[in-house]
Design a protein around this ligand. Structure first.
Ligand SMILES: [Cu+2]
Length: 358
């Protein structure tokens, strides 16, 4: 059974590699910078979508761990290639864990043993896998989980160190797979847990590289040349333009004034570091790179989060209003879609902020 599975996997890898290379050649830019003439025909008609929303709900975070001893935890991740809207009228074929971007938030305790089942959906066209930065072992489990469409694999690992870690696809053309949406967070809580807060939210930033400009209607094909040049069409939080904002496809995340919101943020990249900033506030407490072995920094305005890393940061507002969470490389916000909003609701406090003093 195992040998059969492995053989099928290798066959699929061969096919996947050739298909990907062909895609690479056909979408390479020409000498004058225009797209090659054999690039896929452009159309202003979006493709039918497989899902209404590719954007994971930022409030979809598992509860804090309420155990004082290690346990065995069963986790299933399923890779799914799905067509969805980046914004209205613009479709893209995403690659996902469990059908949304970022992948599901996995929460375990230091010392836990994770029994992972990784499934590659039958309808997929490519091999996929998972590399967990929380795994102490070769490839973070990538080779052990490499599967062809229709197959599954199992991996057992112990979470030996605490922190918030990225997981991501790491097959051939891994930059393409991460760009298409294959990344997420696994949080390994320290034995003593984390300080209690009022809200926890989950955001993931990444870049889409397509054969059109941001906002051009129709189906956007993945574009290898743009990715090689690190010139993304979109830079997104949770996979859609302005995914969780009142101005976008909304709604904003809401919290009461003076309530503490903890943000788990992952930069999937694959190429751009994020300068993560809450407009109108600062990060009250911030754990650089998601490290929970060190004391948090305090009152941080902007924190760089490299691709392949995370941060854990808290914010609170004494006054009501909308607080935009952005990459402070602001062209990515104004032109490429990268923003989420936390709306603080409560009483005005003019002694702290008065927009109309008499
Ligand atoms: Cu993949």
């Amino acid at each position: 059974m195992l040998a059969t599975t492995r053989r099928r996997t290798l066959q699929a890898l061969g096919l996947g590699g050739a298909a990907s290379l062909a895609g690479c050649a056909s979408s390479a830019p020409t000498a004058d910078g225009s797209k090659a003439t054999d690039a896929p025909a452009q159309t202003t008609t979006p493709q039918p979508v497989d899902t209404d929303r590719i954007a994971r709900d930022p409030t979809n975070v598992p509860d804090p761990i309420d155990r004082d001893s290690p346990a065995e935890v069963d986790v299933t991740l399923r890779s799914e290639e799905v067509v969805a809207e980046v914004e209205e009228g613009v479709t893209f074929t995403y690659m996902t864990y469990d059908g949304q971007v970022p992948g599901p938030f996995i929460r375990v305790r230091q010392g836990d043993t994770v029994n992972l089942t990784f499934e590659n959906a039958e309808s997929n066209s490519l091999p996929h896998n998972v590399d967990f930065h929380a795994v102490a072992g070769p490839g973070g489990g990538a080779e052990a989980t490499t599967t062809a469409p229709g197959e599954s694999a199992e991996l057992r690992f112990q979470a030996t160190y605490p922190g918030a870690y990225i997981y991501h696809c790491a097959v051939a053309n891994l930059d393409m797979h991460i760009s298409a949406g294959m990344f997420g967070i696994i949080l390994v809580e320290p034995p003593e847990g984390m300080p209690e807060v009022d809200h926890e939210i989950y955001l993931g930033q990444h870049e889409l590289y397509t054969n059109k400009s941001a906002g051009d209607e129709g189906h956007h094909e993945f574009d290898m040349g743009s990715m090689r040049n690190e010139e993304p069409t979109y830079v997104l939080m949770n996979g859609e333009k302005y995914a969780w904002t009142p101005a976008g496809r909304g709604p904003a995340v809401t919290a009461g004034t003076d309530e503490t919101v903890r943000v788990f943020f992952v930069d999937g990249g694959p190429n751009l570091a994020s300068s993560f900033h809450p407009i109108g506030s600062v990060w009250e407490e911030l754990y650089p790179d998601g490290s929970l072995s060190t004391a948090p920094q305090t009152h941080i305005q902007t924190r760089e989060v490299p691709p392949g890393s995370t941060t854990i940061a808290t914010m609170n507002s004494p006054v009501p209003g909308d607080f935009k969470l952005v990459d402070h490389s602001l062209s990515r916000v104004a032109r490429k879609g990268c923003m989420a909003v936390v709306r603080a609701e409560g009483e005005e406090r003019p002694e702290i902020f008065d927009p109309d003093p008499q």
